[in-house]
Design a binder for this molecule. Structure first.
Ligand code: NI
Length: 167
């Protein structure tokens, strides 16, 4: 496994719409393992392909707490098939927007369908932090970062702060 460099805003790769994965092979499985290792190392609770320069539809997630057993999720071609009308607000952060946080409204519960690393179809109902994280990570696959939900002024301010902090 390997720790991959994480791209930060305003890198144009983070704006790309990612492509569906047709062939789940060893390279994809290695990408997922590397993404998990990179996420745990950061540390973070989710990471999407484009954040490490891979513009394919895959994400890794683990929202377990430090004192709990690890519960890694690897999702290929994930799709939200149902979302609750109930919204929930949460102060989000992102490994591609280091050190910056902002409140975003999401659906409180979602149903997601995806393929696992063996190509098997999986279905998951999520609420709480997992539901928020799934929506945040899936957004990345369509080139959307959480700061895109903020006003242009606020977004530009955050990007400037990130640029200052990472130079
Ligand atoms: Ni993110």
């Amino acid at each position: 496994m390997a720790i991959l460099p994480i791209l930060v805003v305003p890198n144009p790769i983070l704006k790309k719409k990612c492509t569906e994965i047709k062939d789940i092979n060893d390279e994809i499985r290695k990408n997922l393992d590397d993404m998990l290792e990179t996420m745990y190392d950061a540390p973070g609770i989710g990471l999407a392909g484009p954040q490490v320069g891979i513009t394919k539809r895959m994400v890794v997630i683990d929202v377990s707490k430090d004192d709990e057993a690890k519960h890694p999720l690897k999702m290929i071609n994930p799709k939200i098939v149902n979302e609750s009308e109930d919204g929930v607000e949460y102060e989000e952060g992102c490994l591609s927007v280091p050190g910056q946080y902002a409140t975003v409204e999401r659906s409180a519960e979602v149903d997601v369908e995806y393929l696992d690393e063996n190509g098997k179809e999986q279905k998951l109902h999520a609420d709480g932090l997992l539901a928020i994280c799934i929506q945040h990570e899936l957004d990345h696959l369509d080139g959307v970062v959480f700061i895109d939900y903020l006003s242009r002024l606020k977004r530009n301010m955050i990007i400037k702060k990130v640029q200052k902090g990472t130079k």
